[in-house]
Design a protein around this ligand. Sequence first.
Ligand code: IPD
Ligand code: CA
Ligand code: CA
Length: 262
Amino acid sequence: MPGFAKLAEDIAREAGDMLLARRPTMSGAVETKSSPTDVVTILDKASEQLIRERILAARPDDTILGEEEGEARGESDVRWVVDPIDGTVNFLYGLPDWAVSIAVEVNGEVVAGAVNLPARGELFCAARGEGAWLGGERLRCNTGVPLERALVATGFGYGADRRAVQGQVVAQVLPRVRDIRRGGSCAIDLCSVAAGRVDAYYERGVNRWDYAAAGLIATEAGARLGGLRGRPANTDLTLCAAAGLFEELHDLLVPLDPERDV
Ligand code: IPD
Ligand code: CA
Ligand code: CA
């Protein structure tokens, strides 16, 4: 795996710089007569395009899965998993918590990941077995935090039915924990677990491009990442926290049936 983390980092940095320079402003949108939403759609695609070009220039035989364009298959056993902007709504509103997320899998296992937060000047990265890092600082997640003192990040999907259920579930979680955070980016939520900025994270409906890179960053920082009932992290439910809290939150969630949509 040598070189994968560095390449993911370099590409995430370049895409982040491009997005930072071109991010929409409400006044700019008025001048160009386009809506900020259009600008974001264009930049989402431009970011993924740039990332794909850079990956293929360095690794022409690899597979790339990106949120915007789907999967382009290559011949090697390496797959890159890309979210060109995670936290699109924050990006649209000029809030700083959005990220470029790039993961590298070998035979289906994530071996490297980079999550770049350009508006915060932070770049999280990890390589399997080599730790998780924020700049020169090695990351360790919080440990020994009981459920009732846990700061728990979560998120909500875009569909109304799913959100209604997510609202019911979070209403049952809120009285049992220190507090809830809804930051607006799954990748950043997982990096926040890694950095001890929150204690735990769970969400229904996130995709591999949301959690692949940051999931490795969290596990390399000592956290557990998984789904319900022993499954690996998946779209039905992704849960992350240090051992102990992971199980407590898991056992609180299971009877609430958080994987349903109605
Ligand atoms: C979304 C963010 C958000 C999460 C949603 C995701 P996007 O990704 O990660 O925090 O709650 O489930 O879809 O649309 O900003 O790439
Ligand atoms: Ca996303
Ligand atoms: Ca996205």
